[in-house]
Write a protein that binds this ligand. Structure first.
Ligand code: SF4
Length: 696
């Protein structure tokens, strides 16, 4: 393994911005920003600054564990744990077939680990491998793949500074991607880029917006249809671009002929004047860029939501130049890479479709076996199939019990399985349900590559030692592959696996460890003379025809409507100071000091009607469960809308959320229905209950 003398240069384990950090191990562990890293120039947000706290945290798993007949975990040896894992997988495959196993790939681990991991699934004979992109941006990936050919940011953080207008819909980069926002986009806004933000909730990004349009949750399609129709009626579309580079414009025009702009604006709960201003600013700008986030993707119509943003960019010719495109800022630090290397049930490494015979032939040449052709099950489908189709699950550095909607159903699904193995740094709600737990090394101890939100592949170097009796994820997965497949499995280390990945995935072919160290390179990168692309689609799109695809979409309201019993819409989102299911971030003293507990935003009118005051404990209920939270009375949220986060295990909001799925992307509707769409009852917690809790 290639190691550096201290300080070690690696990548922040949290979000997809991919900031570089330096770890000095001369006396203890000291973390600072990596000043020469081209992504962040040494800047870090509060999460990045705290990431060293988890490396030697007292909660770290330090020994392999097996669950005994008494239901308790007992320490065991690596040999016993690994041999049990391999035997159980082999038994399940032999008894029920390979599609009885499911694999949860990890977007906080390297490309090399996830590449080997998805290969284990495929070598066993199943495509049941999925990652957390399913829960955040699978709709975005699906829409981009269909319409323009690649499920990734079209542009880069660098070139997006050249935009004259930012259209930010359903995203809050100031909190979710702080260094990207502060170092790149906020700077551009200060220099004159006009910022349009469309979001039901007022948030930190709103402070830098020139125009904030607060629509009702789940109304993005009618809102965008009104914008598109305005652009067509005013003649602000780019006729030459549409003619030369797109298909389907006439069908879109016919579809929009059925749209009544006033009615669409009213349905979205916004002023038509504001939509007209936004439409003119965006469509008449020289260069305009769209940012999209989970406010768009996490709906049962998430794919249609993002398609309508793509319609907007295609109609105005905003693709293929710096400062344009449709740009999803990605969540976990390697969620882009995990998908790139095949941690998805419908595609192999490099987004080669599982039902493409040429792709399977190509991979048969590289791998020595033909991978399966039938698409696998997705995240939520796996848990719902527990005990039915799915008899065993391997959960690698993920926590689906906390992150998936309608938690109680997810727990029940895992409990119905015959065997569950969890590989993680800490005990999680999912690991609690496992039969075997494999204690993994942390991010600082990992060696390999990660791919950030703008497709930049960077090298993570490890500190010299691993904690107690843990092992690096690559070592564990490689050992399991070796035991399962014997002479048909052989890797000397991460770089060896990366070399095979280059063969398997053409978009990575030109990348080598030498070439990406230290500044990284972006894919697509087809050979070693290729420096990768800052922005995509300069001459043509990556669709089979090379042309962008319009598709008109109609309104699909949230799956649950407000009712007398559940009169609120519940929506969930992220805050700057915590991260995802909190497995890492809620173990940081720094982060817990600034964001100690979950809360729910309630509009002052609703609070007054319910007799709730700021700071009160309140009970939230949905048709699926109930939790208690602290009320934050604020007009940042709208009347009738409850807004909260999902980071805290002691107030697991996903007990309430709805598992209605988008039919294309299979993403759950976290945003506008969940326990929701007005189907949440809020009531003050009884005073006596609070007193009892305090006595405890
Ligand atoms: Fe880490 Fe993201 Fe913060 Fe950068 S912006 S320090 S990658 S959490």
């Amino acid at each position: 393994m290639s190691e550096e003398a201290s300080p070690t240069h690696t990548i922040c384990p949290y979000c997809g911005v991919g900031c570089g950090v330096e770890l000095d191990t001369e006396s203890g562990l000291d973390l600072t920003g990596w000043h020469d890293n081209p992504v962040n120039d040494g800047s870090l947000c509060i999460k990045g600054m705290s990431a060293d706290e988890i490396v030697e945290h007292e909660d770290r798993l330090t020994q392999p564990l097996v669950k005994g007949d008494d239901g308790e975990f007992h320490e065991t040896s690596w040999e016993t744990a690994l041999s049990r894992v391999v035997t159980e997988i082999e038994d399940i495959v032999e008894t029920h077939g390979p599609n009885a196993m499911a694999f949860f790939a990890s977007s906080q681990l390297t490309n090399e680990v996830n590449y080997l991991y998805q290969k284990i699934a495929r070598q066993l004979g199943t495509n049941n491998v999925d990652n957390c992109a399913r829960l955040c941006h699978s709709s975005t990936v699906a829409a981009l793949n269909q319409a323009v050919g690649r499920g990734a940011m079209t542009n880069s953080m660098d070139d997006l500074q050249e935009a004259d207008v930012y259209w930010i819909q359903g995203a809050n980069p100031a909190e979710s991607h702080p260094v990207a926002f502060n170092n790149y986009f906020k700077q551009a806004a200060s220099d004159g880029t006009f910022v349009i933000q469309i979001d039901p909730h007022e948030n930190k990004t709103t402070r830098d917006a020139d125009l904030h349009i607060a629509n009702e949750p789940g109304t993005d399609i009618p809102l965008l249809n009104a914008v598109l129709k305005t652009i067509l009626e005013e003649g602000w579309y780019d006729e030459a671009f549409i003619e030369e580079r797109t298909d389907g414009f006439d069908e879109l025009r016919e579809h929009l002929a059925t749209v009544d702009r006033e009615a669409a604006a009213a349905e979205a709960g916004v002023d038509l004047d504001d939509l007209e201003t936004a439409a003119e600013r965006y469509a008449t700008a020289d260069r305009a860029a769209i940012f999209t986030g989970m406010g768009m993707s996490q709906h049962r119509c998430g794919t249609d939501n993002v398609q309508n943003l793509i319609n907007l960019a295609l109609a105005t010719g905003n693709f293929g130049e710096p400062g344009t495109g449709v740009n999803p800022l990605r969540g976990q630090n390697n969620v882009q890479g995990n998908s790139d290397v095949g941690g998805l049930p419908g595609v192999f490494p490099g987004y080669q479709s599982v039902d493409d015979p040429e792709a399977r032939d190509h991979l048969a040449d590289v791998w020595g076996f033909e991978p399966p052709a039938e698409p696998g099950l997705t995240h939520v489908e796996v848990a719902h199939s527990g005990g039915d189709q799915i008899h065993g699950a391997f959960v690698l550095g993920e926590n689906p019990v906390m992150s998936e909607p309608n938690n109680d159903e997810i727990v029940a699904g895992f409990e119905r399985m015959d065997f569950v193995v969890a590989q993680d740094v800490f005990m999680t709600e999912t690991a609690e349900l496992a039969d075997v737990i494999l204690p993994a090394a942390s991010w600082a101890e990992s060696y390999g590559t990660v791919t950030n939100t703008d497709r930049r592949v960077q090298l993570m170097r490890p500190i010299e030692t691993v904690y107690e009796n843990t092992r690096r994820d690559f070592e564990i997965i490689n050992e399991i592959g070796d035991r399962l497949f014997d002479e048909h499995w052989s890797y000397d280390g991460p770089e060896d696996a990366f070399e095979e990945l280059r063969e398997a995935a053409p978009i990575y072919r030109g990348l080598t460890y030498d070439r990406i160290d230290p500044d990284g390179l972006r894919w697509p990168c087809y050979d070693e003379d290729d420096d990768g692309l800052e922005y995509l689609y300069e001459d043509s799109f990556a669709t089979p025809s090379g042309r962008g695809q319009f598709r008109g979409v109609g309104h699909t309201p949230p799956a649950e409507e407000p009712s007398e019993e559940y009169p609120f819409i519940l929506t969930t989102a992220r805050i700057e100071q915590q991260f995802n299911t909190g497995a890492m971030s809620t173990r940081s003293d720094l982060l817990n000091r600034v964001a100690p507990e979950n809360f729910v935003d309630i509009h002052p009118d609703d609070a007054e009607e319910l007799g709730i005051e700021d700071g009160d404990d309140v009970r939230l209920r949905s048709p699926r469960g109930e939790i208690e939270l602290t009320a934050q009375v604020t007009d940042a949220t709208q009347p009738g809308v409850l807004w909260t986060t999902f980071h805290y295990s002691d107030a697991p909001v996903n007990k309430l959320t709805n598992d209605a799925l988008d039919p294309v992307s299979k993403i759950p509707e976290y945003k506008a229905a969940s326990a929701s769409a007005g189907e949440v009852a809020v009531e003050p917690v009884e005073t006596t209950m609070v007193a009892e809790a305090e006595d405890d």
